[in-house]
Design a protein around this ligand. Sequence first.
Ligand code: PDD
Length: 281
Amino acid sequence: SQVYLNGAFMAPQDARISPMDRGFLFADGIYEVIPAYNGVLFRFDEHLDRLERSLREVQIINPHSRAQWQALCEDLIARNNGGNISVYLQISRGMAEKRDHAFPDPPVVPTVFMMTSPIAVPAADSPDTARGYGAITRDDIRWARCDIKSVSLLPNSLLRQQAVAAGAAEAILLRDGFVTEGSASNVFIVQSGTIITPPRSHAILGGITRDLVVELCHQHGLPLEERELTETELRQADEIWITSSTKEVVPITTLNGHPVGQGQPGPVWKALAHHYVRHKR
Ligand code: PDD
């Protein structure tokens, strides 16, 4: 396999970054994960919109035009034999001369790293036979700007590890009694046939998959509300789903060890998953 680092493609073991890189010292960087199906980038413009926004919010200068980013992604996908893969793309503020919390002045050249990973067959691809997954709830211990796709993922990592230790797939996060999102996903519930997901805000990452699910609900006349979701509503939900670019739309069938609804992937999820798969093709 091949990765990309600062202008060159290479084997992963040949990629070298200085420990003085601010990505290493301060987790001072942002990232994106863009899926490709049969080697073709999916929702590329939406991912690049968010990349540009994250860069702007943390004042890192975008080192490439959109056309250059697309060419780099496509080149990397081809070098990794295409198929169903995700492109991971990270930009850090670059290498500093000394460790100083404030930005280097004048700015240094940002570090750009890209790699690919295979995407496992998502649950949405087999909605009639899909099994569900477990989730746990935890306090959302993250910062107040979760809308920025920052590489500072220590809280997310700690929370996901707690889910894994509990035999679950995801930790669903609660702030002041309201659902924010998962450790690496957005959250939807179904309540008496209505689909509900928290609104975009600084408290959650504006998921590309989330937005697509919202779009598909509108397109196919599935009732949907974007509004605050309480912990009680989560616990009493008929269905819970989580969404992300690498997992698509996944049914959660146990919450803290208790069955969600009938304890099976629900009918509304199945309907949505069929729409999702048809949209991908
Ligand atoms: N994570 N919320 C968080 C905190 C996330 O990290 C992610 C995605 C999402 C879903 O966003 P999207 O649908 O655009 O992938 C929501 C990526 C996949 C990751 O960190 O690997």
